[in-house]
Design a binder for this molecule. Structure first.
Ligand code: GLU
Length: 501
């Protein structure tokens, strides 16, 4: 039998780390085992569901590289794939349950139910429906309906236990005494989640239900609905909760947790796939954690999925992203980086081939410093924001200049460069100038390189100088949106600013 799984998001908000991981684990599983992934939109909460969330959701999944075989946008033979288009199917099934006595009308008012709840709470009992309408016979129900009384429809839950073997959590057993007769259809005729989910999963031929741990308590209820309808029960795999570094359930207050935000910060889709895979799953053989989606898919198995909650670790996520960024071919990296560089004002929206190849050279030097593409702003600041006056007022710059030899080093470096008369500073000229400074000032190590870095970049940190010098020189020859000065001009302006002080 071929595997059929589904990802069933509710379009009530943006995709976040938790449901992206659920989508991914469905995708890994189905691509590993062969079969179909169904994308179903669970929009029964009409108040909170919005079409733009649904559009964004599809767009985000496509960006990640997840592809589905059937669903709202691509269709399929067991549609429709949006729950609000399936209400007649739910009513039909409920009718079947009413006819065979497995469901009944409940006329209890909201106030009555609230009173029951309070009483149960006060007596320390578990909260469940007391079964007041359970005993109504068909005639009595008919009579109430005729009088126009509002009714929900509840499942007549059987006594005993419900047990299932979860692919991650193992055997789970629940006494139905703790479940109580739950609502299938609300009084407005709309389907409750546990009914809609079972009707859809069975009609869509789902073999494995893979979803978040938060749904574990729904599963026994859903199994009871399958039983009442005489339908085969699928297999279940629940994925453990994702926690923030403080041990609380991962949420907005832990930072960027929606895929939309993660994309904006400049994480690569393959890095998101890689990192989220590691939230609860580990490659079967110890070793490499940097994996492509294909590598994960080829070994994915629920045996390697952990029941313990996974902790979202930003440092590790950044490391995974950095590793993938380093592997990224330069032309692709250029396309990905372009919008981030545009934001700095360094380059415009379209670049000439010369500018593109210059940016690629720049990227090849700084890529290993980037956790995410957003860091491009900070890491290229020495190019687009060279401003001696404010650069030298920075507290770290002041610290460097606090060394009595620092200004002498900068002055000597400037003289050495001027001596060559070359104008443009090559790697060779730079090296010789540094040697000259060493000789004439007797400085070395930090005392030598920190002032020189400050003189060239205006900054106190950054990539290796010998790598960025050719980039600065080349960039100064290009017509960039923000013109950048060459090395000698920079050193002179820094010196000029120091002389003014
Ligand atoms: N619509 C549910 C959610 O977004 C998914 C339920 C399920 O996978 O069964 O949490």
């Amino acid at each position: 039998m071929s595997v059929r799984v589904r990802f069933a998001p509710s379009p009530t908000g943006y995709l976040h780390v938790g449901n992206v991981r659920t989508a991914l684990f469905n995708w890994f599983f189905v691509r590993r085992n062969g079969g179909s992934l169904v994308l179903r939109i669970e929009d029964t909460d009409v108040e909170r569901s919005e079409r733009h969330y649904e559009d964004q959701l599809l767009e985000d999944l496509r960006w990640l590289g997840i592809n589905w075989d059937e669903g709202v946008d691509v269709g399929g033979y067991v549609g429709p794939y949006r729950q609000t288009d399936r209400f007649p199917l739910y009513r039909e099934k409920v009718q079947q349950l009413l006819s065979n006595g497995r469901a009944y009308h409940c006329f209890c008012s909201r106030e009555q139910l609230e009173e029951d709840r309070k009483k149960q709470l006060a007596e320390g009992r578990s909260i469940r429906y007391v079964g007041r309408c359970r005993g109504l016979d068909a005639k009595e129900s008919e009579e109430c309906l005729k009088q126009g009384r509002q009714a929900t429809i509840r499942l007549r839950v059987r006594p005993g236990t419900v047990a299932f073997e979860d692919l991650v959590f193992g055997l789970i057993e629940v006494d139905t005494d703790n479940v109580g007769d739950f609502i299938l259809l609300r009084s407005d005729g709309s389907a409750q989640y546990n009914l809609a989910c079972v009707v859809d999963d069975s009609m869509m031929g789902i073999t494995h239900v893979i979803r978040g741990e938060g749904h574990i308590s729904n599963t026994p209820r859903q199994i009871l609905v399958y039983e009442a309808l005489g339908l085969p029960v699928p297999k279940f795999a629940h994925l453990s909760t994702i926690l923030g570094p403080d041990g609380a359930k991962l949420s907005k207050r832990h930072g960027a947790t929606s895929l939309a935000e993660i994309r904006q910060l400049g994480y690569l889709p393959e890095a998101v796939v890689n990192y989220l895979a590691l939230l609860g799953w580990a490659p079967p053989e110890d070793g490499a954690e940097i994996l492509s989606p294909e590598e994960i898919t080829s070994v994915f198995d629920f045996k390697s999925v952990n029941v313990n909650p996974a902790t979202f670790d930003l440092k590790k996520f950044n490391w995974v992203n950095r590793s993938h960024l380093k592997e990224c071919p330069l032309p692709r990296l250029f396309n990905l980086a372009a919008p981030f560089l545009e934001r700095t004002g360094l380059v415009g929206t379209s670049s000439s081939p010369e500018i593109q190849s210059w940016i690629e050279e720049l990227l090849s030097v700084i890529v290993s410093y980037l956790d995410r593409l957003e860091d491009l702003g900070k890491e290229t600041e020495f190019l687009w924001n060279f401003d001696p006056e404010s650069d030298l007022s920075d507290s770290k710059a002041l610290e460097i200049l606090g060394d009595s030899a620092a200004i002498g080093v900068i002055r000597s470096f400037c003289q050495e460069l001027e001596k060559t008369g070359a104008g443009a500073v090559s790697y060779q000229i730079y090296k010789e100038a540094v040697l000259g400074v060493m000789k004439s000032t007797g400085t070395k190590g930090k005392g030598l390189f920190r002032p020189i870095r400050l003189a060239i970049t205006g900054k106190t940190f950054g990539p290796e100088l010998d790598k960025i010098i050719p980039i600065i020189e080349k960039g100064s020859q290009l017509t960039l949106q923000t013109e950048i000065p060459g090395v000698l001009d920079r050193v002179r302006s820094i010196l000029g600013e120091l002389d003014l002080r």
